[in-house]
Design a protein around this ligand. Structure first.
Ligand code: BGC
Length: 371
């Protein structure tokens, strides 16, 4: 199958759909040949958030051949059954040249107002207006001391996810000081807290400093049994050199069922590294198949590229390899089942849900010299 999906506003870029038999929840792949946004940082923010004919927030779309804009009706009664969104969103724009500097230029109140007008609700929740979304996802972001990165992330990701016509919420699990950072446990916290908020089909466990560069990189739910590693390559890692198959960090997507089945992330990795390797082992142990966004389309794999925001690299945990070797022994107990945390706050911020937690680092999980 090969068909033209849409022509974005000015008609300068053509998006081509390719693929075999499309199933619900499955994405078809876009050709990465176009670049709709100009590659000038000063224009970047403006185009990302404000230019209505890019249809980021507008309710206008194009008809199939792109020749004329058509009005998509907003259902006045949200409970009425709406038409399922098309397999490929007509709002996609392709590659973006991300500039954190340009993104940060805008004032908070302006961004919050624009986002609210686009439909972002307190807690960073969004429901696609034009049609019934095919995926309801939760984005879980583990955090500590990365305020500026979070700001860039939220300002970039909301329009990105909206262009994919997803229903979503962004949940930030923040760890207080006093213990080493525990990425795995924070992901588990985000998962548990998200379940109390809504019924999400799947979860994207997302580093705050990884930004997807092409909105053809699907944030749709993966199939059960097929967790998806989203991060094919990173700007920081040898200038987009593809990651080897053993790497499962950065951004990963699992259905809620699968995440429960594998008992979530391990909670024992304090400090940098290991918890993502452990997650992959859990997935394999449960005979699930790790997949990548563009599996089957090697020429399009580049679309799963991520831009990294810069920061000082943390000190790797010296005991992570040992913990990893003993991982299977702990599988059943260590994870969602034995997760403990002290919830200090749950706040519905304009662009995200914040869960502030204190995690207790047991003395026997400290490496020699760790405090
Ligand atoms: C660490 C992982 C990390 C990977 C790539 C491994 O040694 O254990 O946590 O994702 O290196 O940096």
């Amino acid at each position: 199958m090969c068909m033209t999906a849409m022509l974005p506003p000015s008609g300068v870029a053509k998006t081509v759909l390719m693929g075999g038999s499309a199933k619900i929840g499955e994405w078809l792949i876009f050709s990465p040949t176009h670049s709709l946004l100009e590659r000038s940082s000063s224009l970047f923010y403006q185009q990302l958030y404000k230019k209505t004919d890019v249809a980021l927030f507008s309710q206008k779309s194009r008809d199939e051949d792109g020749s004329a804009p058509i009005e998509q009706k907003i259902d006045p009664e949200p409970k009425k059954k709406r038409q399922l969104c098309s397999l490929v969103s007509p709002k996609l724009i392709g590659w973006t040249n991300i500039s954190a500097e340009a993104i940060l230029k805008e004032k908070d109140d302006v961004v919050e107002r624009t986002m609210a007008e686009s439909g972002v609700e307190p807690g960073g929740k969004y429901q696609t207006k034009e049609c019934q979304s095919r995926s309801k996802i939760a984005i879980v972001v583990p955090l500590r001391n990365r305020t500026e990165h979070l700001q860039v992330f939220l300002r970039y990701m909301h329009p990105f996810l909206q262009r994919q016509q997803l229903d979503y919420a962004i949940i930030v699990a923040e760890q207080t000081e006093g213990s080493l950072f525990n990425r795995g446990a924070l992901m588990n916290v985000g998962f548990k807290e998200a379940q109390l908020l809504d019924n999400f089909q799947c979860f994207f466990f997302h580093d705050v400093d990884n930004l997807p560069e092409n909105d053809g990189n699907p944030y749709s739910c993966p199939e059960d049994g097929k967790p998806r590693h989203m991060t094919f390559s990173l700007s920081r890692w040898n200038n987009y050199k593809p990651f080897p198959g053993w790497y499962f960090g950065g951004v990963t997507a699992l259905t809620a069922n699968d995440f429960r089945k594998i008992n979530g992330f391990s909670n024992v990795y304090w400090g940098w590294g290991g918890e993502d390797d452990d997650l992959l082992r859990r997935i394999r142990f449960h005979k699930m198949t790790p997949t990548r966004a563009m599996d089957g389309y090697p020429s399009l794999i580049e679309m799963a590229r991520y831009k990294t925001l810069t920061h000082k690299k943390a000190e790797p945990s010296p005991i992570r390899h040992k913990l990893l070797r003993e991982g299977t022994k702990r599988l059943k107990s260590d994870g969602l089942k034995d997760l403990t945390y002290k919830k200090l706050a749950l706040e519905l911020k304009p662009l995200y849900t914040k869960v502030l937690v204190e995690l207790q680092q047991p003395a026997n999980r400290k490496a020699p010299g760790q405090h």
